[in-house]
Design a protein. Structure first.
Length: 151
């Protein structure tokens, strides 16, 4: 047996989500609603990583994610790498970037905010991306991205 064998089987076409902090792997799975897909999904967790210590990896066969789906990931793990696979080869690598605006992803923690009292989409702007500080578009309440509740 080859010692360099992959820990997780290769996929022919699809997306490999790599460098997920191990404690965020299942959050990523839920954000992308992978449990509702009909294609094979392979989830690995607690692999050794030079970048993040322990990492998770998710391989999704025959699925390519939209920019909107990818931007949702930035909330839980901003430096995830997506490898786009075609015919067993990596044809593109994308690092998840934090967008300037988050729509319908994060709940406002102000109980009086209109988004918590009316059926409407939340909108947040980054006040400080470096420190993960968000501001609600409607009530101006600021919140730490590490303490947010997802919609």
């Amino acid at each position: 047996m080859n010692k360099k064998e992959r820990l997780v089987a290769a996929i022919e076409n699809g997306t490999v989500i790599d460098h997920i902090p191990a404690d965020k792997t299942y959050q990523v799975m839920n954000l992308l609603e992978l449990q509702s897909l009909n294609t094979p999904v392979t989830i690995g967790n607690n692999f050794v990583s030079k970048k993040v210590g322990k990492k998770g990896i998710i391989k999704v066969s025959n699925k390519f994610f939209s920019d909107e789906e990818i931007s949702r990931l930035s909330v839980v793990a901003p430096k995830i790498v997506l490898n786009i696979i075609k015919d067993y080869e990596v044809v593109e690598k994308k690092t998840v970037e934090t967008p300037d605006e988050l729509r319908g992803i994060v709940k406002c923690n102000n109980p009086k905010c209109i988004t918590n009292n009316e059926p409407m989409e939340t909108v947040f702007h980054f006040v400080d991306k470096e420190n993960g500080l968000l501001k609600c578009h409607y009530c101006d309440k600021e919140q730490d991205i590490n303490k947010v509740e997802l919609c």
